[in-house]
Design a protein around this ligand. Structure first.
Ligand code: 6PG
Length: 235
């Protein structure tokens, strides 16, 4: 993809270590408080655990989620639950720097909470979008990222956040950052591993097949593609 930097690691451990180094580099370059957003799923667990070992002043970092399943935060399916167990519970970070997406049974209320939290934390004026310093994305086999699925993706959407509730094959309703916010970031990193992702990596990162939402991730800042050898095997 245009303006992207590809890093290929031996395996999940290796590429997670490489992304940890990159995150620390970005953190050291920032002269102000950083605002980051992390995706959930299975892949980033080791990266989160690595972050917990870094010598970072977490009072300088606000942590958001890229997306969330609309389940109680204590649920095993919650991305916040994953982030808490692998990172937040292990570091000294002020509570006000942690931004879970409050759970409401009505996913639209959860989405409204997320939207308002972004406006308040970034002190946004009308029609302004947050500028994240770092966004971590995963890639689904169907080409989704965040909770932007082929079924609900609208490349013209200017929504800051969105509720996803009409996709039967997805276990839970979702709340997600919109594409406009993702593309407004200074750095966006995809972390993708495993042979099963090799075909979709080729479709998205080489063929740039626009039918996949991930192909529309074209940030104003840097696009970092951190893949292990298996995921990159068809590039
Ligand atoms: C989620 C994620 C989602 C994830 C991809 C890849 O809520 O599940 O935000 O977008 O990044 O589905 O997930 P894996 O890392 O588990 O393959």
């Amino acid at each position: 993809m245009k303006n992207s930097i590809i890093k290929i690691g031996e395996n999940l451990t290796d590429i997670s270590n490489e992304l940890t180094k990159k995150f620390l580099e970005i953190y050291k370059e920032k002269k102000k408080k950083m605002k980051v957003a992390f995706s959930g799923g299975k892949t980033p667990k080791l990266f989160f655990e690595n972050l917990a070992e870094l010598n970072i002043d977490w009072s300088n970092i606000d942590i958001f989620l890229v997306d969330e399943r609309n389940v109680p935060l204590s649920s095993i399916d919650s991305n916040f639950n994953l982030l808490t167990n692998s990172l937040l519970a292990k570091i000294n970070i002020p509570k006000e720097n942690i931004h879970p997406i409050e759970f409401f049974s009505d996913v639209n209320k959860s989405n409204e909470y997320f939207h308002n939290d972004l406006i308040n934390c970034f002190n946004l004026k009308k029609n302004e979008y947050p500028v994240f310093d770092f966004i971590l994305l995963g890639l689904g086999n169907d080409g989704h990222t965040a909770s932007l699925f082929p079924e609900n993706f609208d490349e013209t959407s200017t929504q800051m956040t969105l509720a996803v509730s009409d996709i039967d094959r997805i276990a839970h309703n979702r709340i997600s950052l919109g594409l406009s916010v993702i593309n407004n970031a200074d750095s966006v990193a995809f972390l993708v591993t495993g042979k099963a992702k090799s075909e979709i990596c080729k479709e998205v990162f080489i063929s740039e097949n626009k039918k996949y939402p991930s192909t529309h991730v074209e940030p104003k800042g840097k696009l970092l593609l951190y893949l292990d050898k298996e995921a990159a095997s068809m590039l």
